[in-house]
Unconditional design. Sequence first.
Length: 684
Amino acid sequence: MLRRFLSNNASFSISELAKEYGVSERTIRYDLEEIDDFLNENEFSPLERVIKMEILLPSNKADKNKLFKLLSKDNEKNYIYTSEERIDIMTLILGLSKDYVTLNKLSHVLDVSRGTIKNDLKKLKRELSFLNLSIESMPHYGIKIVGNELNIRKRIVYLLFHRFKLLSTSKVLKENAVPLGDNIYEEILANLGNIHLNYLKKLVGVVEIELDKKISYDSFSLLFYYLLSMVIRLKNGFTLNKDSSNYKSLLGSIEYRAASTIKRLIKYKDDSFIISQEETGIIAELISGSQIMHTDDFYLEKDVKLRIIVKHLISDVSKKINIDLTRDSHLFYSLLEHLRPALQRFDNQAFISNNIVQEIRTDYKELFIIVSESLALLELGTEEIAYLTIHFLSSIERLLPKKQKKPKVLLVCNSGIGTVNLIEARVKKNLEVYIVDAIPLHDLERTLQMDKVDLIISTIRIFVMDIPCIFVNPFITEEDLDNIQQNLFSIKQRNRSMNNRLKDYFSNCPYSKTDKKRGNCANAKEKDVQIGVVYEPMLKDVLTVETTRLNVKVDDWEEAVKKGGELLLQNGYIEQPYIDAMIQSVRDNGPYIVIASGIAMPHARPGEFVNKIGFSLITLQNPVNFGHKKNDPVSTVISLCGVDHSTHLRALQGLMKYLNDRQFLELLKNETEEQKIIDYINKK
């Protein structure tokens, strides 16, 4: 409770506190007396009582800083574990130990009797049985956890991520995290040996550099904790079971390369154990399933089919809610960034948690249903659909006019880009503030060193000395806005919250299955909004005889890309730098453009050095290798250029149909006249 007072300048009523903590008002009064005693004993001013029985801390800034330090120190030293927390710590100790662990050791570490440990052990056995794990006992030696190695590691990661405070620093503290205690912390450090915690953090940072994008705090933490558990378990002689990972499908991917870099850097520090391909594959799967915070890469998503899926998803949702979202490029790329790892998580059965699913399903039921039905073929879980719903909420918010901002605000979020976008849009809309940045928690200290910040708005309960930290719901409720305004001087609310505006919109535009073909709201006709009314050429409009050449002679992949680009250049579709950019893209990102057996599709960022949408097609006299393990050698090169993120996708979708047409592929192999290729496309 005292931490709550410390992190907010607002006052609290006794009735509010009783409701929040689920106790009687009398209990709260007793607790407040104890807080006063604690403050007096440590030479601080007692709590202030104001009108209507409201409570707040004295406003002396120096005292608050001293109290913050005292609480941080005192909380670690005097923490008493609950039965559930003891069971979790026992699991952690057993999972990180090389040998059997005695009951005496557990009793000493947890500061409870052997009898209490035995009772906790019964509960632990039941809990582990649900994970297909068990406790093995040996007289005079103790106990240990046995079972599938990956399941043991997953349990360790879960506990470190959800329960314990290991990534926190002296300046940034995560609330509701259980302190590990010196004994356990020192044991973790001893087991790691030469590989320190900061080194593991840097390894995760290497992933962000390799991928050239920020990952969310949750993804950063999960990867950090997995590396920690992997290193300790491998050093203790525990290796993964065969077929634990699907590493073969990831070979050659940028995620596997990043995982291989981590493997090399760990071996550089400690070569006493072997990291197998199976181990590297699990790291790659975790990287592949990471949630992205933001990226500057226009062509983040290399999968052409997924780009088409996203285009249709946006168009479908737009029709159903009667709002044109197809021109929102931010939404397009945000969905690409989320769906790619989401599908990877689905393939690996590594489902994420979303603690606001119920709120989304309740407050935005209609939009959640619309997104869910539009994604029915992908069979994603409700958690993923909830995140995607947030992306659409953010897009709707961006349609409203923006206002000037002044006070410097930093956004901290533990989820992915969709949640960040939603918070940022709502804060900008409702408050005159300047958003310094939107970051995951692990970047907080570095950001504070570089930027002066007046206020931190966070979806995680954190405390930072000298800077007010406001904990908010991702939807920025009216209560959140009031709380923020109390901490910002000279700020006036410009508009009522997006939370109410969206609820009003959907309450006035009921959606049902009978409406979905028409995409109508109750008081709107389909003609009221035109979705995506922009010229989107068909394939026959952009692939012509002039941009088609057969049996072209080239020496290597670079010349093949160049030849295809020259056809676009000669016909006025692009400028010369676009060809250079296509070649550089392959050098930087690898042979991702080889999309199928024998077929490459070079491209660069849309818009830059592009005059109009264009496609060129060349077949090669002698196939060349691009470096793709599965789809080399390449005999057909289709170069494309787009003016934006979506207007070329209709033509691209048409092209994909032909690339699955056996008759067309045979024609490409055997035909010598370009006109016959074009005639085949035009007939279709």
